[in-house]
Design a protein around this ligand. Structure first.
Ligand code: UDP
Length: 237
């Protein structure tokens, strides 16, 4: 599998075409951004960790009945994935209050919900990824009701799976963002990545933050946190 033309460069990854029109190669960078690209920086070794972690988790999710775009890890930073059309929806599941939820509703971080919540935002950088509900998404033709029902079902399944695996690692899954795509056969699959860039992960005992919030909030120890969660996951998985 070889990289041909660069198709797209995002904030944290580059995407390349291959000789197979149905297969793309993603290449994970160390670049980090936050606050809709306002804050820029780099987290050394992040690309390697996110590549490996996302692939490990997606390979397991595939076996759990959540189809994903993952095909094969090619090297430290590069992975072959199915070409999909990304649904322009960020799907966010929360188990504990934090981040924009706390800000929006004026509540402290750390409230443990009895049931997970789900929300969508419209993937649109110019608009700052505004929150929307399923009716809005259908009205804007971002997805059909059938697709939204499937995405919801998969997202809660991903939550159950990730919560359990992180718990074994002594890590609490606070919230996460996932994205879905549609293959050329019309199948909805989990795409993008699952990593400390896209999940809030707290040490279960100390509640220490082990994710991108350390970068967003200039807390230091960013690289160490990514390495720590990767180490714990590798030992358990
Ligand atoms: N998230 C993400 N990309 C985004 C926005 C959020 O990966 O563009 C993740 C974030 O890391 C967290 C979860 O989604 O795990 C919920 O984020 P929130 O809505 O609280 O937004 P934030 O506080 O990160 O702006």
């Amino acid at each position: 599998m070889e990289k041909k033309k660069e198709m797209y460069e995002g904030k944290a990854k580059k995407v390349f075409e291959t000789e197979d029109p149905e297969v793309l190669i993603v290449s994970y960078k160390d670049d980090a951004t936050a606050f809709n690209g306002l804050k820029k920086g780099s987290i050394s070794g992040k690309g390697v960790i996110n590549n490996r972690m996302s692939n490990m988790l997606m390979a397991k999710l595939d076996k759990e009945g959540v189809p994903t775009h993952f095909i094969e890890e090619l090297n430290d930073r590069e992975t072959a994935v199915k070409r999909v059309k990304i649904l322009p929806l960020e799907v966010i599941i929360r188990n504990i209050s934090a981040g924009s939820f706390s800000k929006r509703y004026g509540v402290e971080e750390g409230i443990v919900f009895e049931e997970p919540t789900i929300e969508f935002s419209y993937k649109n950088d110019d608009l700052g990824d505004p929150l929307l509900n399923a009716y809005h998404a259908v009205a804007l033709k971002l997805a059909t009701w059938e697709e939204i029902d499937l995405v919801k079902k998969y997202a809660f399944k991903v939550n159950d799976f990730l919560k359990a695996i992180w718990k074994e690692c002594g890590v609490t899954l606070v919230d996460f963002k996932i994205e879905f795509g549609k293959t050329s056969d019309g199948e909805i699959v989990l795409a993008d990545e699952i990593s400390p860039d896209t999940c809030r992960l707290w040490d279960s005992k100390t509640h220490e933050k082990l994710d991108k919030d350390r970068f967003r909030r200039d807390m230091g120890g960013v690289e160490e946190a990514y390495e720590e969660v990767m180490r714990r996951l590798s030992e358990k998985a």
